[in-house]
Design a protein around this ligand. Structure first.
Ligand code: ADP
Ligand code: MG
Length: 687
C-alpha cells in the first residue's frame, strides 16, 4: 500500500504485517446465503443482494432530521425500501444502478403501510466478473472496524495480501498445551479469523468461540499471565529492606494518629506492614474511593520506614496536590517531630538546592513533591519507601530508583480509580492490592439529582440557597471555550460570564481551566480554599484529590458528555465536610449510554459498584484507557467477557512456570515473551 494508507494504519497501531494479522474483525456476515426480498417480514433480519432503483432525501420529524431512502430491487424484481436516518451524506454514495449487499432488519411503517429496512449496513459491490467479488461475497465475510477512513473492504484486501505474504507464523504456545486443549496451530487460527471457511458456524465466529478465536484469546491471556507471574517472582526474590516492627514503633504509629482508623484502614495497614517486614521490595497498590482516607494509611507506613532510619518520598501529579499532601502530613507528623519538606517546580533555585542538601544529608525524613523530585541531582541519604499518588507514573519511578544505588525501596501506589478486585489481580498481576472499602465515620451522603437543561433555574436556585448559607459551589463544563464543532456543549469561559453577570451577580465567581498558567490555577484554587470565592466555574481540572470541606455543591453541565468514573471523581470534590452536600447532573441531548451512566450515578455513590457498571457500559479497552496507562491493550481477549478463559490461562501459566523451570522450553518461552510481547503489549513494569 502507499504511504498515505500506511500512515493511517500506523496511527491505529498497525505498523507491521504481523500487526495486521493480529487485528481481528469485530463481526461476521454470512454472505454465502442471501434472502430474497419476498422473505423479509416485519422483524426479520438478514442479508440481501439488490440493485438501487431510485433514491430520495426528505425531511422528517417536522424538518428536524433528514432521511435518506433507497428503493431496492432484487433479481426476482421484488422491491423493498431501505431507510437511513440523518444520513443526507449517503446521497452521493448510494446512486441508482449500483449493486449493494445489505444487512439489516425489516420494520413496519404504519403511515406508508409497508415494511422497510431500518438503517441497514451496506456495501457497494464491485461489478460482476471483478475478481474482487470473491473477497466480499459468496462466503462468510469479516467486518472490520473502520480505521481512519479505511473501509472494511480495504481491510479485507490488506488481510488477503498479508495472509498470502506470510506462509508460516511462529508457533510459540507450548506443545503440551496445544495438545491438551486441542488448539489449532497459530497459522490456522489466524487464517480462520480473517477468512473463515464457509461451513464454519456463524454463531461461533460472532461470539468469538470458534477454535481459532478461542486459541488466540487463550494465548493472549497466557502470555499476559506468564509475564506478570514471572515479574512478580522476580520482584519477590530481589533483596529489599526488612523493616523492624517493634512495640515501640507500633506505639509511635498510634501516637501520630489524629483519629481512630476505620476497620478498612487498619486492614490495609496490616497488609502493608507485613510486606514491609519482608526482606524483599514491596509493590503494593492501595485502592480506595475518593475521601476514604488513603493518606492516613500512607502516613502510617511512612512512620514505620522513618522509625527504621529510612527516608520517605511521596510523589503527586500536580503542585496543588503535592502541597495539600505536604500540609496534611506536616500536621500528622508534628507530634512525632519529623522534619517534612516540599519540593515543587515553582520553588526558586536557591530554595530547591537547600532542600536537596537536606535530603542528601538525611535531615529531612519525608519529602513530598512533584516531578521536581525526579530531577537528576536529587539524592537521598537513605530512601526506603516511595509513595505515589495516582497510578499512572510507573516509568517515572524507575528513574528515581536507578539513582538510589544499592537499595531497593518499597513502593506503595495509591489510586482512587476503583478497579473490581478480580480484574485488579489480573491487570496488576505483579502488584499486590489492598482495598479501603469503607468511608471514615460521620461522612454525609451526597444527594445526587438529575435535571434536564430546561430545568436549570431549579438548579441555580438550589445553588443560591447554599451560597447564602456561606457554602461554596463548583460548576463544571466540558469545554474551555465555545466551539463551533460542538454547538450543543457549554463552555466554562462563556458560562463564567453568565454566572458572574447574570445568574449570581451578588456572589464572588471565579474561572478555572487547564489553559490558565500553572501559577494562576494555583492562585484561583487557593482563593477558593480560603473562601474568597463562592462559586468556581471550571472544566474538569478540579477533578483530582482536591479537599475543600466547605464546598457542598457540585453542578456538572452537559453531564452526558462525561465518563462515569470522571463524574464520580468530580462528585467526590464535595461531601468532605460536616454539611450535607449535593451533586446536580444537568444534561442536554442524551443517548442510551449516557442515560445509563446518569442513572448509575443517581442510584449509587459506591465507587466500586460504579466501576463495575462502567466496565459493563464501556468495555475494558476504554475503561483502562490507552497503552500509556501501563495496562496492556489486548487484541482478541476481553477481560470481562472471557473471564473463564482467563482463569484457565492463568492456571496454565502458573503450572508451566513450575513444571518447566530451568528447561529449554522455558528459555524459548522467555525469549518469545521478551521479543514479542514486551513490544506489543508493554507489560506492566514496576520498580
Ligand atoms: P483520599 O486520599 O483517600 O481521597 P484522604 O486521605 O484525603 O482521602 O481523607 C479524606 C478526609 O478524611 C481527610 O480530611 C482525612 O483527614 C479524613 N479521614 C481519614 N481517615 C479518617 C478516619 N479514620 N476518621 C476520620 N476522618 C478521617
Ligand atoms: Mg487523597
Amino acid at each position: 500500500m502507499g504511504p498515505t494508507l500506511a500512515e493511517k494504519l500506523k496511527a491505529k497501531g498497525l505498523e507491521t504485517v504481523e500487526d495486521l494479522l493480529f487485528y481481528p474483525p469485530f463481526r461476521y456476515e454470512d454472505r454465502s446465503r442471501f434472502l430474497p426480498i419476498q422473505q423479509f417480514r416485519e422483524g426479520q433480519s438478514g442479508a440481501l443482494l439488490a440493485m438501487v432503483a431510485s433514491t430520495r432525501t426528505r425531511t422528517w420529524r417536522k424538518g428536524s432530521q433528514l432521511l435518506f431512502e433507497a428503493e431496492l430491487q432484487d433479481e426476482q424484481g421484488n422491491r423493498l425500501l431501505a431507510r437511513w436516518y440523518n444520513a443526507k451524506y449517503l446521497a452521493s454514495e448510494i446512486v441508482p444502478g449500483l449493486s449493494l449487499a445489505l444487512f439489516g432488519k425489516a420494520e413496519y411503517d404504519f403511515q406508508a403501510g409497508r415494511i422497510f429496512l431500518a438503517h441497514p449496513e451496506f456495501e457497494v459491490l464491485p461489478d460482476e466478473g471483478d475478481p474482487e467479488l470473491a473477497l466480499h461475497m459468496g462466503r462468510i465475510v469479516p467486518v472490520y472496524e473502520t480505521v481512519g477512513k479505511i473501509s472494511t473492504k480495504q481491510m479485507r484486501r490488506f488481510m488477503k495480501g498479508a495472509l498470502e505474504a506470510v506462509t508460516e507464523l511462529e508457533e510459540a504456545l507450548p506443545n503440551d498445551i496445544l495438545k491438551r486443549f486441542r488448539l489449532p496451530k497459530i497459522s490456522k487460527a489466524v487464517t480462520e479469523v480473517h477468512e473463515p471457511p464457509t461451513d464454519m458456524n456463524l454463531e461461533a465466529l460472532n461470539s468469538r468461540r470458534s477454535p481459532g478465536h478461542w486459541r488466540l484469546i487463550f494465548e493472549e491471556f497466557f502470555w499476559l499471565e506468564f509475564g506478570l507471574l514471572r515479574k512478580q517472582r522476580e520482584v519477590k526474590r530481589a533483596p529489599g529492606i526488612a523493616y523492624q516492627l517493634t512495640d515501640q514503633i507500633r506505639e509511635r504509629v498510634k501516637q501520630m494518629l489524629p483519629f481512630k482508623p476505620t476497620a478498612a484502614q487498619k486492614r490495609a495497614l496490616k497488609e502493608i506492614a507485613q510486606d514491609m517486614a519482608q526482606p524483599h521490595p514491596m509493590n503494593r497498590l492501595l485502592q480506595g474511593d475518593v475521601g476514604s482516607g488513603k493518606t492516613l494509611v500512607a502516613a502510617e507506613a511512612a512512620v514505620i520506614a522513618i522509625e527504621n532510619g529510612y527516608q520517605v518520598a511521596m510523589l503527586a501529579p500536580t503542585e496543588l496536590l503535592a502541597t495539600q499532601h505536604f500540609l496534611s502530613l506536616q500536621k500528622f507528623f508534628r507530634r512525632l517531630g519529623y522534619p517534612v519538606a516540599l519540593m515543587v517546580g515553582s520553588q526558586s533555585p536557591k530554595e530547591k538546592s537547600q532542600i536537596k542538601k537536606m535530603i542528601a544529608e538525611g535531615l529531612v525524613k519525608l519529602v513530598v513533591g512533584t516531578h521536581a523530585l525526579l530531577e537528576k541531582n536529587v539524592e537521598f541519604h537513605r530512601l526506603g519507601l516511595a509513595i505515589i499518588d495516582e497510578q499512572h507514573r510507573f516509568g517515572v519511578l524507575q528513574r528515581l530508583f536507578l539513582r538510589q544505588k544499592g537499595l531497593t525501596p518499597d513502593v506503595l501506589v495509591m489510586t482512587a480509580t476503583p478497579i473490581p478486585r478480580t480484574l485488579a489481580l489480573t491487570i496488576y498481576g505483579d502488584l499486590d492490592v489492598s482495598v479501603i472499602d469503607e468511608m471514615p465515620p460521620g461522612r454525609k451522603d451526597i444527594l445526587t439529582r438529575h435535571y434536564a437543561q430546561s430545568a436549570s433555574k431549579t438548579v441555580w436556585d438550589a445553588v443560591r440557597s447554599e451560597l447564602k448559607q456561606g457554602r461554596q459551589a463548583f460548576v463544571v463544563y466540558p469545554l474551555v471555550d465555545d466551539s463551533e464543532h460542538s454547538p450543543d456543549l457549554k463552555s466554562a469561559q462563556k458560562m463564567f460570564e453568565m454566572h458572574a453577570e447574570k445568574i449570581f451577580p451578588e456572589f464572588r465567581v471565579a474561572l478555572m481551566h487547564g489553559q490558565l498558567a500553572a501559577s494562576e490555577k494555583d492562585s484561583v484554587m487557593q482563593r477558593f480554599k480560603d473562601r474568597e470565592v463562592d462559586l468556581l466555574v471550571s472544566t474538569t481540572v478540579v477533578e483530582v484529590g482536591l479537599d475543600v470541606p466547605n464546598a457542598t455543591v457540585m453542578v456538572i453541565e452537559n453531564a452526558e458528555k462525561f465518563g462515569l468514573s470522571q463524574l464520580h471523581q468530580l462528585r467526590g470534590r464535595v461531601g468532605r465536610g460536616v454539611h450535607a452536600s449535593f451533586c446536580f447532573l444537568v444534561t442536554g441531548k442524551q443517548n442510551e449510554v449516557s442515560e445509563q451512566r446518569i442513572r448509575a450515578m443517581v442510584e449509587s455513590s459506591d465507587g466500586f459498584k460504579l466501576a463495575e457498571a462502567d466496565l459493563e457500559i464501556r468495555g475494558p479497552g476504554e475503561f483502562f484507557g490507552t497503552r500509556q496507562s501501563g495496562v496492556p491493550q489486548l487484541r482478541f481477549a476481553h477481560v470481562l467477557k472471557d473471564r473463564e478463559i482467563l482463569e484457565m490461562a492463568r492456571g496454565e501459566a502458573r503450572s508451566f512456570l513450575e513444571k518447566e523451570a530451568g528447561t529449554a522450553v522455558m528459555s524459548s518461552a522467555e525469549k518469545y515473551l521478551e521479543e514479542n510481547w514486551q513490544r506489543r503489549y508493554g507489560l506492566v513494569q514496576v520498580g
